[in-house]
Design a protein around this ligand. Structure first.
Ligand code: FAD
Length: 819
């Protein structure tokens, strides 16, 4: 078996060793800078509260597995979890959380204030409005679990080296070959950095930026609470773990003492390099991840605690510390392979809550090539370059610390840093009153205030419905007008942030033939919508490939992970056969792209080009180079909204001229600029899937309704064997389109979908379908479900009736609704 070295014997490193052992990998060495019985990282002091339910399906799946595994190790005290609300806003949020729990298969109960008191008799009724009870939550005995895992894996042959700091990584020809320690070098084929808050330092050994910020977080223990005297054995708990997120607080029992965790203080970032060497002797009070308590910061916590739990007034703070934990720009863990060194992997910024789940996923990645749970939300490669700078990581990491318990809207943009990446059209968009949201550092117009006047002209059938306050946030009725204009005249959509790659060279056709499900041997001028699969037939991405010349392709992909995948495969190919080299170039920032979509788009373009861009000369899914208004462009006949139209790409320095030319030519035809809210709605009506929600590695093309993107005659591509097998099977579920019966009740995504009272799926995507005049949602449902079947979607505890509907809901041949 491969020689594996794991750096760090915290809850993550030891769990990975265990998961690899259970998959029969045994040549494993775990290297730890501290003493093994108490290594001194975050795990050594973690109070171990495991609240499983989050808005992330991946994280909740990790947490469910952690609970299961720690129970099997007898390292879990399943006292249940209670989250209480002091504000009406939180009470509403708990209803949404209850929905997430149903979506992810976690039992949970919304409970009244009285029921909260029954579950947790110490609570003050003056504070609590209600709560959410999750019976399977509880306390991880994390430090003990580490010891159990060390013992168990040692028996299976895993070597543990303690008091052995790793100081460097050896490599040869782009592959990891060993780990350098103060006591010598350990040869390795695979190295896993599970260094927790030291992740940045270990990453630096291979020039890999790790977007993680160690931040101090306060935890204090009270003196014995008289009301809890004699109930629990020492350090044990019998009351549920308790979260009071309105006040940034959480609680657990330690015997008759209380543990209080507090996120309400100023963020106190720290560099792990400043912590010095881990001492040979570590104990509860002397460990690198434990900093001196700053009592002033804790004062509000103690005051608020006595209001929530009046019995604690009989106690005092006995001991407190500022523990160090890792925060990332989006709050998710960092899991996956290093893009710059073969064989090097990372599993960091992982909470105890998610540790065993992450470990299982990493072990699956190593042993089977893919994790069974979609990892896109935790992928190390998900960040853009601009998001990897120390300044960005520091600012966003601190912001995430501050917001860790806040009620956040799914569309809520970060306030800072903003304007990191703007497209060449930015100034024009500002002039038109664009309302921007941010993603991947890009500023992206959601709608344009300049279109507000169109609301007065909007035909009756297109009038937007009044939304509930939550779904109305970060939304505007103007999007209805933008959708209407797209369907009846034309609209300009800024597609610049969609990642564009040039893939060219003598091996380009072979590379893309191997990686995609489409036929890349087609003649130049063709555009293929195709899939990147993994070995099991799971969808890694959906991409558009434009063939410009025999060995020159332009790819529209989903993000950084696609770039890393294609570039890595190109390197591997060139290593095998140097004549088959391929260049993979990210040209996103140097180019720009406009989607000119709508029935008048052809009329508009024809006035500013002498090239023939008619449908006859440039049919659907064809690409050609042309000159528009004197600007060299690449034009694809394609739209994501179910309308006629063109995607026009140009070099960035020509962007403003391109925008102005299209705008000026379009005005007589009623062209507008339109934002992403209209785009998403029209896209959904046209039946386009969205990667990351409708499709992930957990879904195969048959379930996702994308079998048309798999060339049946093609063989030998990644995932082909699985596709052959899957084609013979009947999928047990498929992605279905739902329309909301009352025509007005919005859902936002991730809500559970019920049939005959049973949760059978969750909403993967949703929008108001302006053309059809109803909210639209998508969900994977059991395959027996038919068009016309009734379902219910739970939104803030309310059941909304919806119907399974044939898709696409709209295509351009359809007669338009009332105009
Ligand atoms: P660690 O436990 O830090 O392990 C990393 C190991 O790597 C360390 O032992 C370190 O010595 C070793 N190492 C680092 N660099 C090197 C090197 N160069 N050479 C050799 N060894 C090296 N999470 C929850 O889920 N629930 C909670 O209730 C909870 N409460 C928390 C309360 C506090 C006060 C804090 C600070 C954190 C809390 N967390 C909680 C977070 C949780 O503790 C951590 O996320 C988790 O323990 C991280 O585990 P790990 O294995 O990644 O890191």
């Amino acid at each position: 078996s491969k020689r594996v070295v794991i750096i760090g014997a915290g809850i993550v490193g030891t769990n990975i060793a265990d998961e690899l052992v259970s998959r029969e990998w045994t040549d494993i060495t775990v290297v730890e800078q501290g003493p093994l019985d108490m290594p001194g990282g975050s795990t050594s002091h973690a109070p171990g509260l495991v609240f499983q339910t989050t808005g992330s399906r991946t994280l909740s799946s990790f947490a469910k597995y952690t609970v299961q595994k720690l129970l099997s190790l007898e390292c879990f005290n399943q006292v249940g979890g209670l989250e209480v609300a002091e504000t009406p806003e939180r009470l509403e949020d708990l209803k949404r959380k209850h929905g997430y729990a149903s979506s992810w298969g976690i039992e949970s109960h919304l409970v009244s204030a009285e029921e909260c008191r029954k579950i947790y008799p110490l609570l003050s009724m003056d504070v609590v409005l209600g709560g959410l009870h999750i019976p399977t939550d509880g306390l991880a005995l994390a430090a003990r679990a580490v010891q159990v895992l060390i013992k168990r894996t040692r028996k299976a042959g895993v070597r543990y080296l303690q008091l052995t700091p790793v100081t460097g990584i050896e490599q040869n020809d782009g592959r990891v070959t060993g780990v350098v320690t103060k006591k010598g070098t350990i040869p390795a084929d695979i190295v896993l950095s599970c260094a927790g808050l030291w992740g940045v330092e270990v990453g630096a050994m291979i020039d890999l930026p790790i977007p993680l910020l160690p931040v101090e977080h306060q935890y204090a223990k009270t003196t014995p609470v008289p009301a809890r005297k004699g109930i629990n054995p020492p350090n044990w708990a019998s009351l549920p773990i308790l979260r009071h997120q309105d006040r940034d607080l959480y609680y657990r029992e330690h015997g008759d003492q209380y543990g209080i965790g507090f996120y309400g203080h100023r963020p106190i970032p720290i560099a792990a390099a400043a912590l010095g060497e881990t001492p040979e002797h570590v104990d509860e009070h002397n460990m690198p991840s434990r900093r001196d308590f700053t009592p002033k910061d804790f004062e509000p916590a103690w005051k608020l605690t006595q209001e929530l739990l009046p019995s604690l007034r009989e106690s005092k703070i006995a001991d407190g510390f500022n523990g160090i934990m890792s925060f990332t720009p989006d709050g998710g863990p960092l899991v996956g392979r290093a893009p710059n060194l073969e064989g090097f992997y990372v599993a960091e910024a992982v909470w105890v809550t998610h540790s065993a789940g992450v470990a299982r996923a990493v072990a699956q990645l190593l042993t089977a090539g893919r994790a069974e749970i979609d990892l896109s939300e935790c992928d190390l490669g998900r960040f853009e370059q601009v998001q990897l700078t120390p300044a960005y990581v520091s600012e966003t990491g601190q912001q995430n610390f501050v917001e860790v318990y806040d009620v956040l809207h799914p569309l809520q943009p970060r306030e800072s840093p903003r304007n990191l990446r703007v497209t060449p059209f930015h100034a024009r968009q500002n002039e038109l009153g664009a309302y921007f949201l941010e993603a991947g550092g890009w500023e992206r117009p959601q709608w344009y205030e300049s279109n507000a006047a169109l609301l007065r002209e909007l035909p009756v059938g297109w009038q937007p419905v009044e939304r509930d306050p939550w779904s109305a946030r970060y939304s505007s009725p103007i999007s209805a007008a933008e959708a209407w204009k797209t369907r009846t005249a034309a609209a300009m959509y800024d597609l610049t942030p969609i990642r564009r790659l040039e893939v060219f060279g003598p091996g380009a056709v072979d590379l893309l033939q191997r990686l995609t499900t489409g036929d890349m041997s087609k003649p130049p001028g063709t555009v293929t919508f195709t899939l990147l699969l993994d070995d099991q037939g799971g969808i890694r991405s959906d991409i558009f490939v434009s063939k410009l010349r025999d060995d020159f392709f332009l790819l529209a992909v989903n993000g950084n992970t696609d770039l890393e995948y294609v570039a890595r495969e190109a390197r591997i190919q060139a290593k095998k056969d140097p004549w088959q080299f391929v260049h993979v170039r990210d040209i996103t920032g140097g180019t720009c792209c406009v989607g000119l979509w709508g029935p008048r788009s052809a009329d508009i373009v024809s006035t500013i080009t002498s090239d023939d861009l008619s449908e006859k000369s440039l049919p659907c899914s064809r690409v050609k180079t042309a000159i528009i208004a004197g600007i060299p462009v690449t034009v694809v006949r394609q739209s994501f909204v179910g309308e006629a139209g063109l995607e026009i790409c140009a070099s960035a320095e020509n962007g403003v001229r391109l925008w102005d030319a299209l705008w000026n030519a379009g005005r007589p035809h009623g062209v507008i600029a339109a934002g992403r809210a209209a785009f998403n709605a029209l896209r959904l009506e046209a039946g386009f899937r969205s990667f990351g929600s409708d499709i992930t590695t957990e879904h195969n093309p048959f379930e996702a309704g994308l079998e048309f993107a798999v060339d049946g005659a093609k063989e030998g591509y990644v995932g082909h064997a699985a596709i052959k097998r899957l084609a013979e099977e009947k999928p047990s579920r498929s992605l279905r389109c739902l329309t909301v019966d009352d025509g007005r009740s919005m859902v936002l995504g991730k809500e559970p979908v019920f049939m005959e009272g049973k949760a059978v799926g969750y909403v993967t995507n949703s929008a108001f379908g302006y053309t059809i005049g109803k909210p639209v949602a998508y969900s994977y449902l059991p395959s027996g479900v038919s068009v016309g079947d009734a379902v219910e979607i739970e939104y803030f505890g309310r059941r909304i009736k919806a119907t399974v509907t044939a898709e696409p809901l709209y295509h351009k041949q359809m007669s338009k609704p009332a105009e």
